[in-house]
Design a protein. Structure first.
Ligand SMILES: *Cc1c(COP(=O)(O)O)cnc(C)c1O
Length: 235
């Protein structure tokens, strides 16, 4: 199957684009013999205003992703009042000094990638009584500037997180922009399998169908739903 991101034409509404993404997920799932319901679409709304999120919610979308804690804190509390079933995923790097706020405002963490963060999360979970499901981010491309634990350190890091009693549910990756994503998705899946983890957070606007073919349970799609971002988000 070829990678064909849905056209984010300026005239298409968020609702139209969501429907197109859902169709593409269903097609990829069918091709892989998977149930499309086994794939959660996370709408990545970073840089877009709460109005855009509200529009997606009106179209039935409930899972949203943000890569900055501050932006999540600012945008979602009012939306949660009317939609308590909203699920907010943190998909960007988490600094230990933001853990407390992240645990209050987010529901799922996708970027657990180092022991100091694991320890801080464990502390905050026991203090607050809120235990958020965590994905461990793996730097499958071993890019020095990118977050995530190294692939060869993943088994030990997963074990360390489990020893801290963290609810580790799966693995997450962001493949290098200039490479074929498939080998990275396959590597992530292999590491997950040998560690008994069955959730995979992988696939973005340009490659989510490939990710679904290779077992993604969570795809993180931004621009194909909300349109192009006018400024690059901080990493
Ligand atoms: C922004 C972002 C996405 C969504 O990217 P698009 O290409 O706009 O779909 C997915 N994952 C992470 C970690 C991101 O920061």
């Amino acid at each position: 199957m070829t990678v064909s991101p849905p056209e984010a034409s300026p005239e298409a509404s968020i609702s139209d684009r969501l429907a197109a993404v859902h169709r593409q997920i269903a097609e990829a799932a069918a091709e892989a013999g998977r149930d499309p319901a086994s794939v959660t679409l996370i709408a990545v709304a970073k840089t877009f205003p709460a109005e855009a999120v509200a529009e997606a919610m009106a179209a039935g979308q409930r899972h949203f992703g943000e890569n900055r804690v501050q932006e999540g804190m600012a945008k979602y509390p009012a939306l949660r009042e009317t939609h308590p079933d909203l699920v907010l995923h943190l998909i960007g790097p988490l600094q230990t000094n933001k853990v407390k706020q992240a645990v209050v405002h987010f529901d799922v963490i996708h970027t657990l990638d180092r022991v100091s963060l694991a320890q801080e999360l464990a502390r905050e979970f026991s203090k607050s009584g809120r235990r958020l499901p965590c994905f461990i981010q793996v730097n499958t491309g071993e890019e020095p500037q990118k977050a995530g634990c190294a692939p060869q350190e993943a088994d030990a890091f997963i074990a360390a997180c489990r020893a801290l009693d963290l609810p580790v549910v799966g693995l997450m990756c962001v493949p290098p922009a200039e490479q074929e994503p498939a080998p990275h998705f396959a590597l992530l899946s292999k590491i997950a399998k040998r560690n008994g983890l069955n959730q995979l957070s992988m696939g973005m606007s340009g490659d989510f169908d490939t990710a679904v073919m290779l077992g993604a349970t969570h795809v993180r799609v931004g621009s194909a739903i909300f349109g192009g971002r006018s400024y690059p988000p901080a990493a």
